[in-house]
Design a protein. Structure first.
Length: 329
């Protein structure tokens, strides 16, 4: 038995307890944090791959930006790989992203393989202590989007040379790269968020007709997969977004939540965090209701819109969040 113990020690077999996530990055929405991690104050775990997919204008980039902001606030680095060529730094900055080059790295790789190699090189540089920040600082990488990541085998061709094999090139690329990349994420404690589009399968009569580009590897190697959906709000100012954790290896899967994502005049988006938390507290029975009114902590009754306005105007968010079960101030 002693010989086995020595052999395992030489192979550096880790204690299973050390593989549990120790650092979590806030999604910006406590109710979503709860569905993802089991805690209103956690969110996405470092060292894992996450896929967020859904239709256009569902707030995928906004959620990822909130995670990048969380990494920066914890003293870490945010990296954005812009394969769609659609990143707007002005809108991201309005959400709170720090564009300082020591805190934010923006890259626009040509191919899937180039993107993977760049992140590996950056991760190695940061973890070796050569980047100028704490070698253990959080790293959050966002790939926007997986559907737009072009495999090198396709990039090197002219359009007239495309064939049927090019339709599955991305799936083959992810299948080849993700086994190693997922281990790199765990080794260097990197949160990698892959934004992805959703597709509708033709002729599906039963079950979920949606699918995502990139083959099965993203589904397999992602620890968390968030499926977003929803429709326009009645006033046309935004969308009511529904979310389901269709895969979760750090908490119970198949949990759902929703929120309003409101578009501002300048084109930026805003999560109605206060309204969402109020709805959560109503469902939990923490906030009492009296007909169409909500009873606030001061004992007075408010319509939901009036209560949201009061909380935002008087900056009572901390008081609101403190009502969530298990919240630590």
């Amino acid at each position: 038995m002693a010989g086995l113990a020595d052999a395992l020690a030489k192979k550096k077999i880790s204690n299973a307890e050390n593989l549990a996530p120790s650092i979590w990055l806030d999604t910006g929405y406590p109710v979503l944090n709860k569905r993802v991690s089991g805690s209103y104050q956690k969110g996405f775990p470092l060292g894992r791959m996450v896929e967020i997919f859904g239709p256009p204008s569902a707030g995928k980039t906004a959620i990822a930006t909130k995670a990048m902001i969380s990494a920066q606030r914890a003293g870490g680095v945010a990296i954005f790989m812009d394969h769609e060529r659609s990143f707007d730094s002005r809108l991201a900055e309005k959400l709170g992203l720090d564009l300082d080059p020591n805190r934010f790295i923006f890259l626009a790789p040509d191919t899937f393989e180039e993107s993977m190699d760049m992140v590996v090189e950056i991760g190695d540089t940061i973890r070796s202590g050569d980047f100028g920040i704490d070698a253990d600082a959080p790293i959050c990488v966002v790939f926007d989007s997986l559907a737009s990541m072009i495999p090198k085998s396709k990039w090197d061709k002219e359009s007239k040379d495309y064939n049927m094999n090019d339709n599955t090139a991305l799936a083959r690329a992810t299948s080849a790269a993700f086994p190693t990349f997922s281990q790199r994420c765990e080794k260097w404690n990197i949160l990698s968020i892959f934004l992805n589009q959703s597709r509708t399968k033709i002729g599906v009569m039963f079950g979920d007709p949606t699918s995502t580009p990139g083959g099965s590897a993203p589904e397999f190697y992602s620890s968390i997969r968030l499926k977003l959906g929803g429709g326009k709000m009645k006033d046309g100012a935004g969308k009511t977004i529904g979310c389901e954790t269709v895969k979760n290896k750090v908490h119970r899967p198949f949990l759902k939540c929703s929120w309003d994502f409101v578009f501002q005049e300048d084109g930026s988006g805003k999560f109605d965090v206060v309204g969402g938390v109020i709805e959560e507290l109503k469902e939990l029975g923490v906030l009492e209701t009296a007909g169409a009114y909500i009873v606030w902590t001061d004992g007075k009754k408010y319509h939901k819109a009036s209560l949201i306005q009061k909380i935002e105007d008087e900056e009572l968010e901390d008081e609101l969040f403190a009502l969530l079960p298990g919240w630590e101030s």
